[in-house]
Design a binder for this molecule. Structure first.
Ligand SMILES: C[S@@+](CC[C@H](N)C(=O)[O-])C[C@H]1O[C@@H](n2cnc3c(N)ncnc32)[C@H](O)[C@@H]1O
Length: 214
């Protein structure tokens, strides 16, 4: 198994460039390097769902999670995002890190078709939470992710929505496990944020893509 120390992964991810002019309506908050490194380290070391696997990153932004997956030995990681400006930064990051196991696709995740069903082993994402006139976007991303994944989906969701997410998982007959509860500090990147950063509670969840029989 590919061995990279957690600290080493985090310090590499600190070199990833993020959104230059974040778009509020697209909820463009980068995953902090510390959180991204902890998530990916766990997915790799505890569940072995990255190395030599095909990985999709939905709402990849500037590529924080994709780049970390590629470093941990993903066979191929494909990032999907609607925003061309974010993908341009992602592309620059990929060139700077000299990674060859990454692709990216500009598209609306809501329009990914059924023909891509079970195309990836693993899906990772920090989806929009659906709080900016895009209610339900988190669940939409999750549903799409579960269609694309053969094995598992790893995602971040606001802790306050846990019951709702559990209800959806039950409805779709998928097993979900809250791996960690995180304090997610959103930097004050938007004008309406008066404080320097705002802490929100977020669940890091693993969903098994295999359907439960009963
Ligand atoms: C919270 S950010 C996460 C960015 C990146 N994954 C990271 O971890 O740093 C959510 C991302 O979803 C993208 N996004 C929002 N709505 C989308 C949609 N309908 N289809 C595809 N991407 C979308 C945004 O452009 C943004 O990059």
């Amino acid at each position: 198994m590919k061995k990279i120390k957690l600290k080493e992964l985090e310090s590499c991810l600190q070199q990833v460039d993020t959104f230059e002019s974040p778009k509020l309506l697209l909820e463009q908050y980068p995953t902090r390097p510390h959180i991204a490194a902890c998530m990916l380290y766990t997915i790799h070391n505890t569940f072995d769902d990255i190395e030599n696997k095909t990985v999709a990153d939905l709402g990849c932004g500037c590529g924080m999670l994709s780049i970390g997956s590629a470093m941990l030995g993903a066979g191929l990681c494909v990032g999907f995002d609607i925003d061309a400006d974010a993908l341009e930064i992602f592309n620059r990051n990929v060139e700077e890190f000299e990674l060859t196991n990454i692709n990216m696709v500009q598209c609306d995740v809501c329009s990914l078709s059924d023909s891509m069903s079970e195309t990836f082993d693993t899906v990772i994402m920090n989806p929009p939470f659906g709080t900016k006139h895009n209610k339900g976007m988190d669940v939409f991303f999750l549903k799409t992710a579960l269609q694309l994944a053969k094995t598992a989906v790893y995602s971040l969701h606001k802790t306050s929505t846990r019951q709702h997410i559990q209800k959806k998982a039950d409805e779709w007959k998928v097993k979900m496990e809250v791996i960690a509860e995180l304090k997610y500090d959103l930097p004050a990147s938007y004008k309406f944020h008066k404080k320097k950063s705002v802490d929100i509670e977020v669940d890091f969840i693993r969903f098994s893509a295999e359907k439960l029989l009963n």
